[in-house]
Design a protein around this ligand. Structure first.
Ligand code: NDP
Length: 252
């Protein structure tokens, strides 16, 4: 797969799923801007590859996204591949979820994807082929208990992608959502201490409890999500549009 000469943007590209996708795109020849709030993390990753470029950009901040995307497109060209991946996952019972919790997840996971896609689309001259990918979740296609704001935002991301695929019909731009099950990243690792305390298990036991949430009973690895993203960016996927791709080890 050849992406030489293209400029890709991967939000949350300094860690986890976003990092793995960013490296794969850079290895395929794209100039890849990786973004996040922690510039030190991004700089360390950018130092590992000539075609990875760090940009501090908070997806909850409209000016940060619009100015950031305008700056990088002036430097490296229109965003022909956009992976709106940045997100947070915070669990709590619904009865204990505050409006502040709800808004924090909404602002990051849904407003963030809205702003990212709109800013990326604004860089594209008419008739420029592009691939817009949002990282949703299995929580975008089914409900997850204890994670109601997360579930609502990930459903929202799919609505955004489906609507955009209709609005941009008959253009060479596709919009698709990736819906991974549980993947071994910081989001999953961050849940281990709480599970260990709650269920009196060791780290492997806590990991096994999360893995049970995948039908296969196995945690996914980031390269499995990357493979789907790279396929969506390939020429052969040019007619795949408005889809939700489940990568979950079984039916959701
Ligand atoms: P990570 O925690 O490794 O990645 C999340 C990334 O988002 C980080 O790089 C973080 O960077 C960035 N981010 C968070 N908030 C903001 C913000 N306000 N502005 C800019 N960047 C931000 O976890 P994953 O790789 O697992 O998560 C990536 C995506 O995959 C998320 O959308 C998540 O919901 C989704 N997902 C994950 C699954 C899993 O099991 N791991 C399953 C299904 C979906 P920084 O903190 O520096 O800002």
């Amino acid at each position: 797969m050849e992406h030489t000469g293209k400029h890709a943007l991967v939000t949350g590209g300094g860690t986890g799923i976003g990092h793995d996708i960013a490296v794969a795109l850079a290895n395929a020849g794209a100039e890849v801007t990786i973004t996040g709030r922690r510039l030190d993390v991004l700089n360390d990753v950018a130092a590992t590859h000539d075609r990875l470029h760090a940009l501090q950009m908070d997806v909850t901040d409209e000016a940060s996204v619009r100015d950031g995307v305008a700056t990088i497109s002036a430097l490296r060209g229109p965003i022909q591949i956009c992976v709106a991946n940045a997100g947070i996952a915070e669990g709590k019972a619904f009865s204990k979820t505050t409006l502040a919790d709800w808004r924090k997840t909404m602002t990051t996971n849904l407003d963030g994807v809205f702003l990212t896609l709109q800013a990326a689309l604004a860089t594209l001259p008419a008739d420029t082929p592009a691939r817009m990918i949002a990282v949703s979740s299995i929580a975008g296609v089914r409900g997850l208990k204890g994670a109601i704001p997360y579930t609502a935002t990930k459903h929202g991301v799919i609505g955004l992608i489906r609507g955009l695929s209709e609005e941009y019909m008959n253009t060479p731009i596709t919009f698709n959502a990736l819906c991974p099950g549980y993947v071994e990243t910081d989001i999953v690792r961050g849940q281990l201490p709480g599970l260990m305390r709650r269920f009196g298990v060791d780290e492997d036991g806590a990991r096994a409890l999360i893995a049970k949430g995948n039908r296969s009973g196995q945690l996914l690895e980031v390269d499995e999500v990357t493979a789907a993203a790279m396929w969506l960016c390939s020429d052969g996927a040019r007619s795949v549009n408005g889809q939700t791709i489940e990568i979950a080890g079984g039916q959701v």
